[in-house]
Unconditional design. Structure first.
Length: 220
């Protein structure tokens, strides 16, 4: 898989290193010449010096051949521009964008060419909630332009789903339970899987079905 990353900051280089180690073809686009010169010897990937917000730069960098573009700069405006150009000018199949300021999260959608947006503050909040919340629905990840999301519920003792099999849950058609974590092991869900207190239930839901799923798993 060919991945193009805009921005050679700590986030961009960390992503590049992980993807390179996983065997992917990685390109970083960075306009700071000194930064490129300093980092090039530390990371054996393809480097391209230039402004990723310019169509000409992206064309010369070969963005049309990318399978995924990651807009990982420290500036939300730049990330939105990179995402829009990647999708509209180069028809990149998958565009992932970093959200630096949570107040800008609402902008990172399909209108700007973003397939998946990642907000570090929101992720940290979700991880904290996941770690300490029992009997509460926690959003883990937004998918499909924010319309679909992964949610997690650690079932409380008074959960209406306790002792109920998945086939009896009457889940909405646009929602599904994708995994159950029990005693630090993943249980692949089937219709006859029975839920117990302390189970971590991970579900894929839509905006419309989230409330129903919450009622089924949390109750109140």
């Amino acid at each position: 898989m060919k991945v193009a990353i805009a921005g050679a900051g700590n986030v961009g280089t960390a992503i590049a290193s992980d993807l390179h180690d996983a065997g992917h073809d990685v390109l970083i686009i960075e306009q700071d010449a000194e930064l490129v010169t300093r980092l090039r010897p530390t990371l054996e990937i393809t480097w391209f010096e230039g402004d990723a917000c310019e169509v000409s730069t992206l064309k010369r960098a070969g963005l049309a051949e990318a399978d995924v573009v990651v807009a990982a700069t420290g500036d939300d405006e730049d990330n939105l521009v990179v995402s829009l150009l990647a999708k509209m000018e180069f028809a990149v199949p998958r565009v992932v964008a970093r959200v630096n300021h949570p107040k800008n999260q609402w902008l990172f959608n399909e209108t700007w060419g973003v397939d998946v947006s990642v907000s570090t503050p929101h992720l940290l909040t979700a991880l904290v909630e996941e770690a300490v919340s029992v009997g509460a629905l926690v959003r883990i990840l937004q998918l499909a332009h924010g319309e679909d999301r992964l949610v997690e519920v650690t079932l409380a003792d008074d959960s209406p789903a306790k002792g109920v099999s998945l086939s009896q849950l009457d889940m909405p058609r646009d929602a599904t339970i994708v995994a159950v974590v029990r005693d630090n092991r993943v249980v692949v869900p089937h219709g006859d899987t029975i839920l117990y207190a302390s189970d971590e239930v991970i579900a894929l839901v839509t905006e419309e079905s989230e409330g129903t799923v919450k009622a089924l798993l949390v109750g109140h």
